[in-house]
Design a protein around this ligand. Structure first.
Ligand code: 6PG
Length: 241
């Protein structure tokens, strides 16, 4: 298991280094393949990282962008993960709209999940039972140790075969559409960006407690020789020092 955790002074420094790593990994992929696929998460923490990606000197025309999860809201809603990335990164960077594969979460949840799964199958030209291999998947962690929209106790956490699912998140009274664990684990590299003291206890459990993903869903990214890079600020890493 290659879990590398880097601890930075604050959220901005962690975001800057995470953005730099994503660019490095994408450039590495583009050196050997005609196009690269990146999946990003939402929430509040990645905004600083998106603002860093605007400054990048990269030919985005060969990078295809997907989302790890989305809230069941229109793309104009302030809670939309798509809206966050669009305003903080895609529009300022002039990211090619033809390379943006957003989750149509404004639709009926199961339909939105099916449409997104079809988009992924077509893009990666997947055969039956095949999983996509994203070059990079960026994820965050919630104070309850959730990641993507996989929350503690959810049966979806055991789904290693499916691509995408719609899930009702009771605590937020909200439908979400999320990539499933098999897809998250199939990524060539996973970058975890986690900041803030409210994440410290969850992070300690995710990285130091025995493997129990139903309790600590973000544990699903570790294990099996996976490349997982954790970018943490000092506040989030407090429980590990
Ligand atoms: C979302 C995310 C989610 C996020 C964590 C952390 O849609 O909310 O994709 O998994 O990464 O909730 O969110 P914060 O960065 O806001 O703490």
């Amino acid at each position: 298991m290659s879990v590398q955790a880097c601890i930075y002074e604050d959220a901005l420094e962690a975001a800057v280094h995470c953005a730099a790593k994503i660019l490095e990994l994408l450039k590495g992929g583009l050196a050997v393949t005609p196009r690269a696929a990146l999946a990003i998460s939402g929430g509040s923490t990645p905004k600083l990282m998106f603002q860093e990606l605007v400054k990048a000197r990269l030919d985005w025309s060969r990078v295809h962008l997907f989302w790890v999860d989305e809230r069941g809201v229109p793309p104009t809603d302030p809670r939309s993960n798509y809206k966050l990335a669009k305003e903080a990164w895609l529009d300022p960077a002039g990211f090619p709209s033809g390379n943006v594969h957003r989750i149509q979460a404004e639709r009926e949840p199961e339909l939105a999940a099916r449409l997104y799964a079809t988009e992924i199958r077509e893009f990666f030209q997947l055969g039956p039972d095949e999983l996509p291999r994203f070059d990079v998947i960026h994820q965050g962690v919630g104070p309850d140790a959730h990641t993507a929209s996989l929350f503690p106790g959810q049966p979806l956490i055991d789904d290693d075969k499916g691509l995408v699912a719609a899930v009702y998140v009771e605590k937020f009274q909200q439908w979400r559409v999320t990539l499933l664990p098999g897809v998250l684990r199939a990524a060539q590299t996973t970058v975890m960006l986690v900041a803030g003291e409210d994440k410290a206890e969850a992070l300690r459990k995710i990285l130091q407690e025995p493997y129990h993903p139903r309790k600590y869903p973000a544990q699903i990214v570790n294990g099996d020789g996976r490349n997982v890079l954790w970018f943490l600020d000092r506040a989030a890493a407090k429980g590990m020092e």
